[in-house]
Design a binder for this molecule. Structure first.
Ligand SMILES: [Fe+2]
Length: 206
């Protein structure tokens, strides 16, 4: 509607040049208005810039999946209704070794509940999701408890695309007293605090 107002005004203008300028301006405005919805799609089509924090060629270290992985998880980005606990967000990017985001990457998360127990009969605190066009993922979940022999951690499997090679690993929490006592712990796998969220970028060997 905004573009119609100048056109209406120009019909009343006695100056033909001014009318012509206003008509051209209105036509450009309408063209931009119609083009606007496709601009995000064009932006997604171009290759995204490398992520500055990522070191080219270095992939995320792999870790054992442990005894509690369940395949064929539901699509689920929010685990909070699965079990009571302190809410946390783990979010970040999925990148290739060139440090460019991998749009549409698949991530499958699972972790212990607030008492340190895994659901081995259902899909509580288990679910997969798909990274967005900028390679971003976001998991809303609860703080997992530690269990004997392990420091606090979240398990994950990540792959760039359907049928692609899966990277299995775990991400750890910063400032955990149990980190130094856990033989599986690796400092390269610690998520960083970004405000109240935890951030970890996965780098796949692609
Ligand atoms: Fe575990």
């Amino acid at each position: 509607m905004r573009t119609l107002e100048p056109m209406h005004t120009c019909i009343e203008s006695p100056d033909p040049d001014r009318r012509r300028r206003r008509l051209i301006g209105a036509a450009i405005g309408m063209t931009v208005g119609f083009a606007a919805p496709i601009l995000p799609a064009l932006a997604q089509a171009k290759r995204l810039d490398p992520t500055p924090d990522c070191k080219p060629g270095q992939t995320t270290p792999t870790q054992t999946e442990g005894p509690f992985y369940s395949p064929r998880t539901p699509l689920k980005t929010n685990f909070r209704s699965d079990a009571p606990g302190q809410p946390i967000v783990l979010q970040g990017l999925v990148l290739g070794t060139d440090c460019r985001p991998l749009a549409g990457a698949w991530l499958d998360f699972w972790h212990a509940d607030a008492s340190g127990t895994y659901d081995t009969s259902g899909f509580r605190l288990r679910g997969h999701q798909v990274a967005d066009a900028q390679g971003r993922y976001r998991l809303e979940t609860i703080f997992p408890a530690v269990y004997p022999g392990r420091t606090r951690h979240i398990h994950v499997k990540v792959r760039a695309k359907e049928g692609g090679r899966i990277l299995t690993t775990q991400t750890y929490f910063p400032d955990e007293p149990g980190n130094s006592r856990d033989g599986l712990y690796r400092p390269e796998l610690v998520a960083r605090k970004t405000g109240s969220d935890l951030t970890f970028d996965f780098v796949l060997p692609v």
